[in-house]
Design a protein around this ligand. Structure first.
Ligand code: DGP
Length: 112
């Protein structure tokens, strides 16, 4: 199975990486929807938020804390949004769990 985010996580595919930990990596989205648009991705291949098992609860917390840490690093003091698009109606196009970190402009609600 070839997964683009697994490729980025293991260094086989190039990306603009802005932070990483033992279990996650954060890099800029190639199709930014805001001045700051970063993806926070677990190194482990998990298909979506729905596929996140109870045994990965600690990892889930780590991903959220990583997103907050990247927001601080990016200077998003005015606020930001963290989104996990899930399956087709949620707009998920890459089947490897990722958190979108969006900021740097006033974000509208509800999203489209
Ligand atoms: P989603 O639609 O929620 O599955 O988000 C996938 C995002 O991933 C989308 O905003 C574009 C981004 N993306 C897709 N392929 C690549 C890639 O090869 N590199 C980077 N940096 N981002 C990618």
């Amino acid at each position: 199975m070839s997964c683009i985010f697994c490729g980025i996580a293991n260094g086989e595919v190039e990306a603009e990486v802005i932070g990483e930990g033992d279990r996650w990596i954060a890099f800029r989205d190639t199709n930014p929807q805001a001045p700051t648009h970063v993806l926070v991705v677990p190194r482990e291949h998990i298909e979506s938020l729905s596929a996140l098992e109870e045994s990965r609860t600690e990892l889930a917390g780590e991903l959220l804390r990583a997103a907050a840490s990247m927001a601080r690093q990016e200077g998003l003091e005015a606020g930001y949004r963290v989104v996990a698009n899930t399956w087709s109606d949620g707009g998920q196009t890459v089947p490897h769990l990722h958190l979108h970190l969006l900021g740097g402009r006033k974000l509208r609600w509800p999203p489209g």
